[in-house]
Design a binder for this molecule. Structure first.
Ligand code: MN
Length: 236
């Protein structure tokens, strides 16, 4: 079986001119049988197209907030750091990859980015909208799950994980508001915050608000997500 090439997008520290990516992603992809390739922001359309052709699947990694300009809103006080070049690059790449039916797994910021790129919206800061939400920015080890997530009946996510509830880690202050056309809510936290979205008619387009890459070694469900994604990338 051919080993699939898995693109992983990177964050950036523009001050220091450095790329940012937790090694967790690379390790999880390798453990699940994929060949990790880091995908930095590039500016030329034809170079981006080369990445699009090269990769068998894409992981939209976590990171800072998405510029609300890309979903038609003005910045609110709760908005954090933004990296507009990364936003523009990833949005363009998603718009090209999604119709090609190449698998996309989105994590945390990646989920928000995926949703925005395909026409959905997000809460810039959940605390401004949910007065009584759970603690979604945990102060616990990254691998440690701190809140429950309920998977919606019929969601592909439930089939992948073969369960209807799971505990997840949580490091976000933004969340999906309206899923993009063609996407459904796949999981909710107990406070009603959307924790996963998926496109039922796409081979694999899944976004989770939690960080399975931090817990693939200790949590079976986290590793199952990577396994299902890599399997989809082999074209089976
Ligand atoms: Mn959460």
């Amino acid at each position: 079986m051919k080993i699939p090439v898995i693109g992983i997008t990177c964050g950036e520290d523009s001050q220091a001119d450095q790329l940012i990516l937790k090694n967790y992603y690379v390790k999880a992809v390798e453990a699940a049988g994929g060949c990790p390739v880091l995908v930095p922001v590039v500016f030329k359309e034809d170079i981006r197209g080369r990445y699009r052709d090269l990769i068998d699947g894409l992981i939209l990694s976590g990171g800072v907030d998405v510029d609300p300009e890309f979903f038609g809103e003005e910045p609110e006080p709760g908005l954090g750091e933004i990296t507009p070049n990364r936003d523009m690059f990833e949005i363009a790449l998603v718009k090209e990859l999604f119709p090609l039916e190449k698998p996309i797994m989105a994590i945390c910021r990646g989920t928000q980015l995926l949703n925005i790129a395909l026409g959905g919206s997000i809460y810039q800061d959940i605390h401004a909208y949910y007065k009584k939400c759970l603690k979604h920015m945990q102060q616990a080890p990254k691998w440690y799950p701190t809140h429950w997530v309920d998977i919606l009946t019929g969601a592909k996510l439930g089939k992948i994980l073969d369960r209807s509830r799971l505990r997840v880690n949580s490091f976000h202050h933004q969340a999906i508001k309206l899923p993009a056309p063609g996407f459904n809510v796949a999981a909710l936290a107990t406070d009603g915050i959307i924790e996963a979205i998926e496109a039922p008619d796409h081979p694999f387009a899944l976004g989770v608000q939690w960080h399975p890459e931090c817990s693939w070694e200790t949590d079976r469900a986290s590793f199952q997500l990577f396994q299902a994604f890599i399997e989809a990338c082999t074209g089976k």
